[in-house]
Design a protein around this ligand. Structure first.
Ligand code: SAH
Length: 465
């Protein structure tokens, strides 16, 4: 029959007792749940096999008796024998709902998968039918909630008396709370213990009928292009953003992860398509945030690596706009992961240098040749179209032609393609690279990677590794 067979409620347990019958691991798991509440947790069993010592619970070493259940809020029975059946009867006689662990037929209630951001709790129940699915649903919900949700709720709760005094009608109170719990600056303020100050300042503005509507810009690293290489924070902020301003290199699937009704602006910046100048982008994000919008400035990889974040941050600072930066997986590290290449390696490579091949001058090249010759791993960005020239320039400045090289096109994505060989091979200019952005690794550590399936950089040369 369709329809719910259970009705979700939150049972008040503060100052009351939760009784757990049993002393094994099943009982321990329930004791752990109960101990997170403000209830008194009492575990009753003739003997305790599991170790309860880490929990703040009361252990009673005997069989359960009727008096154990009077006035209790809930009972869990983790004993599936005759003693367990007696305990359930006693609970029922005392009017206490009982749950026989993992036996849905013997349960008056079920324990859902719980998201605990006290005082906020979210429960996902499958009425005992599919607890594993419930846990997966929980993980998905967890990923979009701020870890500070509980603090935000407590702060809002602590403002109630002041808010009622200063804001007399329901509508303005509701507006205040909406502004408060979504205030971009609130999370950071809570981190530094300034939450109440922010809440008070906002309240004064609301009381003076000048709600601020301050915007924010989040510079978010989208990673190399695979949706599941986005961080949880990136995902959550994308969900909150009113506008998503993204570069060309960020794939649609990632841009799609924002709210459906969020405005999306592509600012181009793919090679050869300068649809927006950097100055125009700076002006755009400042304007959007000044209109009170929450702006997700989505950049490929990590925003601080060849992302012109420095200029955008400077513009935001100058305009006095709140901002935050969310790191992402930079493409060189995605390429390292794709090919199991350790960019640092004991006794081989004591460090790595990520640099842009595009625009490298004489001094840069001399410098890198020396670094790679000494064992450091070079990761070159923006170098695919000039790869052969860079390689021969490095050789001309003393880098051995035998130094291993690996190229990863479309790192971190399903359509990645690999090339492996030596500096001399790359310098030969024979390699034909696939469409897409690429990372060029140069250095002895590259030989320790797994370049299986990689195309040769030059015909008839010995492979690395
Ligand atoms: N902020 C980005 C870099 C942007 S500059 C990051 O941290 O990755 C653009 C250059 O990044 C490209 O020319 C290319 O060298 C590199 N790049 C970006 N995405 C890439 C990918 N999926 N695979 C390989 N290289 C990539």
């Amino acid at each position: 029959m369709p329809g719910l067979g259970t009705f979700p409620v939150s049972v008040k347990v503060d100052g009351r007792r939760i009784v757990i019958v049993g002393g094994d691991d099943e009982a321990l798991a329930k004791a752990r749940l109960a101990a997170r509440t403000r209830a008194e947790t009492v575990v009753i069993a003739p003997e305790f096999e599991a170790d309860f010592s880490a929990l703040d619970v009361k252990l009673v070493e005997r069989h359960a008796a009727p008096c154990d259940f009077f006035g209790a809020a809930l009972a869990f029975v983790a004993d599936h024998g005759a003693a367990g059946a007696r305990a359930r009867r006693m609970a029922r006689l005392a009017g206490v709902p009982a749950n026989e662990v993992d036996v849905p037929g013997n349960c008056d209630f079920f324990t859902p998968a719980i998201i605990d951001r006290a005082p906020i709790s979210i429960a996902i129940s499958s009425e005992g039918a599919a607890p594993v699915l419930a846990r997966l649903v929980r993980a998905r919900i967890e990923s979009v909630l701020s870890p500070r949700l509980g603090d935000i709720a407590r702060l809002a709760g602590s403002m109630r008396a002041k808010v009622s005094r200063l804001l007399t009608d329901g509508v303005s109170r509701r507006r205040y709370y909406e502004d408060l719990v979504t205030a971009p600056a609130l999370e950071r303020a809570l981190e530094s213990g300034q939450g109440e100050a922010v809440a008070d300042a906002l309240l004064s503005r609301h009381a003076a009928r000048q709600p601020s509507g301050a915007g924010v810009v989040w510079l978010i690293g989208a990673g190399p292009g695979a949706v599941d290489l986005l961080t949880l924070r990136a995902q959550r902020l994308l969900q909150e953003a009113d506008v998503i301003v993204h570069d060309q290199l960020v794939p649609d699937a990632v841009v799609e992860m924002g709210r459906r009704d969020a405005e999306r602006v592509s600012v181009g910046k793919a090679k050869g398509h300068h649809s927006f100048s950097q100055a125009q982008i700076n002006t755009l994000i400042v304007r959007l945030a000044s209109e009170g919008k929450k702006v997700a400035r989505l950049k490929s990889g990590d925003p601080m690596v060849f992302g012109r974040a420095g200029e955008e941050v400077a513009a935001l600072r100058k305009a006095g706009i709140d901002y935050a930066i969310v790191p992402g997986v930079t493409s060189a590290l995605a390429a390292a992961a794709d090919t199991a290449t350790p960019v640092t390696l004991r006794k081989v490579s004591s460090g790595f240098v990520f640099a842009t091949a595009h625009g490298a001058d004489n001094q840069d090249l001399t410098h890198w040749a020396a670094l790679a010759q000494s064992g450091l791993t070079l990761g070159l960005y923006m170098g695919k179209s000039i790869a052969a020239k860079v390689a021969s320039d490095l050789m001309a400045r003393g880098l051995s032609g035998q130094v291993p090289v690996g190229v990863v096109v479309n790192a971190g994505r399903a359509d990645k393609s690999l090339h492996a060989g030596t500096i001399a091979g790359l310098a030969s200019g024979q390699a034909e690279f696939a469409e897409g952005p690429a990372i060029i690794f140069i250095g002895p550590a590259v030989a320790s990677g797994d370049w299986a399936g990689a195309a040769e950089l030059m015909r008839q040369q010995s492979r690395v590794a």
